[in-house]
Write a new protein. Structure first.
Length: 272
C-alpha cells in the first residue's frame, strides 16, 4: 500500500476547446444572415437619411403656412368625422356578428372535427392577410365611392382577425365546465351557449373594443381610395396644399382617436 501511495496522482486537465465551436459558428452565421437581411432591406427600401435632412425644413415651412387652422368648413369636417366613426362602428359590429359562429369552428377544443377546423382557419387567414385598405379599394370599384365601401372593407378584414383571437380565447378555456355541461346531456349548441361563451364573453368584448379603436384609426386612411370619411377630406387638402384646412383635419382626427381610445379603455376596465 505504501508503494502505491507513493505514486504521484495525475490531475485531470480538460482538453482545450477549439475557438470556433459549433455553437459559436451557428451564432456567427445567424449574425451574418441578419446583417445580410437588413443590408438588403436597406437597399430595397431606398433609405436615404440625406433626403430626410433636406426635407425637414420643407415640412417646417408647411407647418408655418398651416397656422392658424381654417375653421370655415368645420361643420362639413365634423360630418366627415362622424362618418369615420360610423364606418368603424358598423364595420366592427358586422365583423363581430360574422365571427361569433366561425370562432367556434376554428377552436380546436370545440370544433366538430379537422375537416371543419382547417378550412375555417384557412378562411380566417385569408381574410386577415388582405388589409382593409385593399378590401375597400375593391369595394369602391364594386359599390362606388363613399363610406359603404369603407364599411365593407373594415368588416371583412376585422372578421378574420376577430374570429382568430376569439378562437384562441376559446382554446384557453378550462375543459372542466364544458365536460360537465356535456355530461348532463346538453347539445353542442347549448354547451357553447351556456357553458363556453359566458366564460369568454369579457375577453371577446375586450377584443371587439380593441378592433373598434383600431378601425377608427384605420378608417381615416380609407378615404385615400375614395371610401369616404375624414380621410377623403384629408387627401383633398393634401392635393390642394391647403395647409390650414389640413391642420384642422389633423386636429379633429387626434381628438376623435383620443376620445375613442379613452372610452374604450374605460369600458374594458368596467368589463374586467
Amino acid at each position: 500500500m505504501t508503494g502505491l501511495a507513493a505514486i504521484p496522482s495525475r490531475e485531470y486537465t480538460e482538453p482545450p476547446r477549439p475557438w470556433l465551436s459549433a455553437s459559436r459558428l451557428r451564432f456567427v452565421l445567424v449574425l451574418l444572415a441578419v446583417a445580410a437581411f437588413y443590408g438588403a432591406s436597406w437597399k430595397l427600401a431606398r433609405v436615404e437619411p440625406a433626403k430626410l435632412v433636406t426635407g425637414l425644413p420643407k415640412m417646417a415651412s408647411w407647418a408655418k403656412k398651416a397656422w392658424p387652422p381654417a375653421l370655415d368648413e368645420l361643420p362639413v369636417l365634423l360630418l366627415r368625422t362622424a362618418e369615420t366613426v360610423a364606418m368603424a362602428a358598423i364595420g366592427t359590429t358586422a365583423a363581430a356578428a360574422l365571427a361569433l359562429p366561425l370562432c367556434a369552428l376554428a377552436a380546436k377544443n370545440v370544433t366538430p372535427g379537422r375537416l371543419v377546423y382547417y378550412p375555417a382557419r384557412w378562411f380566417l387567414n385569408a381574410l386577415r392577410g388582405i388589409d382593409s385598405f385593399v378590401f375597400a379599394l375593391l369595394f369602391v370599384a364594386a359599390v362606388g365611392l363613399g363610406p359603404f365601401a369603407g364599411v365593407l372593407g373594415i368588416a371583412l378584414h376585422t372578421w378574420g382577425s376577430t374570429a382568430k383571437l376569439w378562437a384562441e380565447a376559446i382554446e384557453n378555456v378550462p375543459p372542466g365546465p364544458l365536460e360537465a355541461a356535456a355530461a348532463t346531456g346538453a347539445s353542442r349548441v347549448k354547451v357553447l351557449a351556456y357553458a363556453l361563451f359566458p366564460d369568454v364573453a369579457p375577453s371577446m368584448v375586450s377584443v371587439a373594443l380593441f378592433w373598434w379603436e383600431f378601425n377608427v384609426r384605420a378608417s381615416t386612411v380609407l378615404g385615400v381610395v375614395g371610401a369616404g370619411g375624414i380621410g377623403q377630406e384629408l387627401k383633398n387638402s393634401m392635393d390642394l396644399l391647403d395647409f390650414p384646412r389640413l391642420l384642422t383635419i389633423i386636429g379633429l382626427i387626434l381628438i376623435m382617436v383620443t376620445v375613442i381610445d379613452h372610452g374604450s379603455q374605460w369600458l374594458r376596465h368596467r368589463l374586467t
